[in-house]
Structure formats: structure tokens, C-alpha cells
Design a protein. Structure first.
Lengths: 123, 91
């Protein structure tokens, strides 16, 4: 019978794997680039945090420096990944990537005009 | 390490490899550069998860430094692609 620490490690590891795989499936199935960013930016960040949490729990009794660096890693993950996703979404809106035709509301249109004359890095 | 945690680690590794294959498929077929940047960002997250599970599986905390570094620099790729898309140049 596994101890409570191992059960906690396994549970957080399973949750993190589930969230990361959900992000990958959403990346493949969603219709346009903004929906894909939504899937990757949210579920991916939380999945990575749960995975780091599992490692922290597993190593906490033996090596005390792992939880410190794990907390720092989770902090930096929450700091960097949403910002990068936001900047990428803004850049792809400005450089006129089309929204999916089923999109109902485009609130950004009034604030952020897209520039269709620039064709850098596009198909 | 108990057989239970070993089994869970192997199952999570298999699931993560399947997710990484989906990401690579999106990189291959992605219609635009932003799709590919998002897919590569997600692939970095899958790598972080794989390294975490491997460090638990092999009981070696040394691999955890790689996780720390990857969370710090993993976003720079999509940031560079975003700059390139928005301004047409990197700097």
C-alpha cells in the first residue's frame, strides 16, 4: 500500500498530465488561432504547475531545495506564459489573421485596427 | 519507489508522448506561423512535464534545474514570432 505522500504525488501528476493533454487536443481541434491560444495558454500553464507540484511533493522529504525552486518555477510560469500568449494574440490580430466565421463578437475591432497590407511571415 | 507510483509515472509519460505527437502534427499542418508558434509553446510545456516525471521516476532531483530554466526561457520563441508578425522585423 503506497503512503499518503506517494498518493498525493500520483494524484497531482495525473491532474497535470490530464490538463496538458487537454491543451494538446484543443490545439488540434479548435477552429482558429485565437481558440488554440486559449486552449494552450490556460490549460498548459495549469498543467505544468501541477506537474512541478508533483515533483515538489515527491522530493520534499529528501531534498529541501526542490520545493523552493519549484515555487519559483511555478511563479515564472504564471508570469511569462500568459504574457507571451497575449502578445502573440495581439500580433496575430494586428497582422490580420482571420477569425473563424462562426465568431459572434469581435470586441477588439473598435480599438485595434488590423493592417492587411503587411504580409510578413504569412502563408 | 512503490510499484504504484512507477505505474502512474509510466502511464503519464505515455499520455504526454501522445499529446506531444498531437502538437507536432499541429506544427506540421498549421496554416499560419502563429499556429506553429502556439504549438511549439505547448510542446515546451509537454517537455517540462516529461522532465518532471522522469526526475520522479529516476529519483534524481538534478533534472529539476532543467525545468526551472525551461520555464524561464520557454516563452521567448513565441515572443520572437509575435514581434516578427507585428513589426516585420525582430529588433
Amino acid at each position: 500500500m503506497p503512503g499518503p505522500l506517494e498518493l498525493l504525488t500520483a494524484a497531482t501528476m495525473l491532474i497535470g498530465t490530464f490538463l496538458t493533454v487537454v491543451a494538446c487536443v484543443g490545439l488540434l481541434r479548435f477552429p482558429d488561432v485565437y481558440c488554440r491560444m486559449h486552449a494552450a495558454g490556460k490549460a498548459g500553464t495549469l498543467g505544468v504547475s501541477f506537474m512541478i507540484l508533483a515533483t515538489m511533493i515527491a522530493f520534499a522529504p529528501h531534498e529541501s531545495w526542490v520545493p523552493v525552486r519549484g515555487a519559483l518555477a511555478i511563479f515564472f510560469q504564471f508570469l511569462t506564459t500568459p504574457a507571451a500568449t497575449h502578445i502573440l494574440a495581439r500580433a496575430s490580430y494586428v497582422s490580420d489573421y482571420r477569425l473563424d466565421e462562426r465568431t459572434a463578437v469581435d470586441d477588439l475591432k473598435a480599438f485595434l485596427p488590423s493592417r492587411p497590407h503587411e504580409t510578413y511571415g504569412r502563408e | 519507489m512503490s510499484p504504484f507510483l512507477h505505474l502512474v509515472s509510466i502511464a503519464c509519460l505515455a499520455a504526454l508522448f501522445a499529446g506531444g505527437a498531437l502538437c507536432i502534427h499541429r506544427v506540421a499542418i498549421g496554416p499560419s506561423a502563429a499556429d506553429r508558434a502556439v504549438a511549439l509553446d505547448t510542446l515546451t510545456m509537454v517537455f517540462i512535464g516529461v522532465i518532471c516525471i522522469l526526475s520522479v521516476l529516476w529519483s534524481s532531483a538534478l533534472y529539476f534545474d532543467a525545468v526551472w530554466i525551461l520555464t524561464l526561457v520557454g516563452y521567448l520563441g513565441s515572443l520572437a514570432v509575435a514581434r516578427y508578425l507585428e513589426k516585420g522585423r525582430l529588433f
